[in-house]
Design a protein around this ligand. Sequence first.
Ligand SMILES: [Fe+2]
Length: 300
Amino acid sequence: MSIEIRQIHPVFVGEVSGVDIAQPLSADDVAAIDDGMIRYAVLVFHDQQLTDEQQMAFTLNFGRLEDARGGNITKLEDRRLPVGMNDVSNLGKDGRPLERDSRVHLFNLGNMLWHSDSSFRPVPAKYSLLSARVVSPVGGNTEWADMRAAYDALDADTKTQIDDLICEHSLMYSRGSLGLTEFTEDEKAMFRPVRQRLVRTHPVTGRKSLYLASHAGAIIGMPTPEARILLRDLTEHATQPQFVYVHRWRPWDFVMWDNRRTMHRVRRYDQRYPRDMRRTTLAGDAPTVAQQVESATSAR
Ligand SMILES: [Fe+2]
């Protein structure tokens, strides 16, 4: 069996066949998948029946796991999945869909806004890998946008205008845009804004891409309304259909993507039905820009 990758969207996304990712991979297989990630940014696998342990083992072929703390409001004792797995289902610890008015559920709805995983962390994520265990019967597609193609398509003036801009990202911005504005002091500390370049350069290809997310709520040195209009305009540009791949999940589909070059979102689905999606996340290598140094004077 040898790996084959077929491009399934005009600008990115490869569909992979000829590999069982539940089994240990050869060095050649790992290299083929790594090459595919660089070339296509999103890889789709079908019929990959695997356990959490196998998913983590596959993931570790491509880097080290990101520390998941601080990325949500689920308490440790309420977690459904083992450490190392990000729970992006609509389920509670009892395996049933969360109540409609549960704060965790409402917070998790933020995944339906365009974002890049962990852009709210000083060192944002490299790859995310998502296994579909139980799919929603109604809705729940995931969409990815190619932020490199979107950057390339900008006019020269816009590129010049935005190339050196620095944004602030925080889960409080994305959730705030949904009307979730109340946070505990602990959450405020955990979700303190971090800085990210608006245009980032891929460490392997050297190509530039837009680095947007609904977590972005401010641009350094720019009045907030002006910044938010610019971010909205760029997001609207980047998520035009020619840059977007729509994935309709089947059970045991597996998708991995490069957060440094793509944004994604989940579409609405009927929350009465279980949707069990399990993600592993690889840590990034470096911040996109130096972070603000915390000091007594910076707080004034
Ligand atoms: Fe995500």
